[in-house]
Write a protein that binds this ligand. Structure first.
Ligand SMILES: [Zn+2]
Length: 146
């Protein structure tokens, strides 16, 4: 299937990302996107922060142990039967969106999933740069409301 990937981002997820980005600035913050896939759409229901103790102003790395713990906690708390990992988010303390390296990472990660994986980059001007990749290839994103 080709064509844009419709993405729904709930306000809870948006708020979590914006708040965490604000707290972390001038360092990067990041974490996981939780939601589900529904007839071709990616629904981002929630975002969780995963602290990178070594985060800098230009780097946030997903620490796998901490990410798994955050995922387990969030899944237990959210108690939604469809809820799962649908991608990552991180902040840039500058008004720039996803970097070449960011896009490469999401393309690589997407090879392990049959459905599109998302990357949301929160820019310092508040804009969310929403990207998707599916089976190793970048996809065009169409943000839609639920
Ligand atoms: Zn980045």
């Amino acid at each position: 299937m080709t064509g844009p990937v419709p993405v729904v981002i709930h306000s809870d997820a948006r708020q979590t990302i914006t708040k965490a980005a604000g707290h972390a600035a001038p360092l990067e913050a990041g974490g996981l996107l939780l939601g589900w896939w529904d007839s071709g759409r990616v629904i981002v229901h929630a975002a969780v922060e995963v602290v990178d103790p070594a985060a800098s102003g230009t780097s946030w790395i997903r620490r796998e142990n901490l990410a798994q713990q955050a995922l387990d906690r969030a899944m237990a708390a959210l108690e939604h039967p469809w809820m799962g990992y649908v991608g990552d988010w991180h902040s840039h303390p500058a008004p720039c969106g996803a970097s070449v390296q960011d896009l490469k990472s999401i393309r690589m990660a997407s090879r392990a999933y049959p459905q599109p994986l998302l990357l949301i980059v929160h820019r310092s001007d508040g804009v969310l740069d929403i990207r998707a990749a599916r089976r190793g290839r970048s996809q065009i994103v169409l943000e839609v409301t639920a």
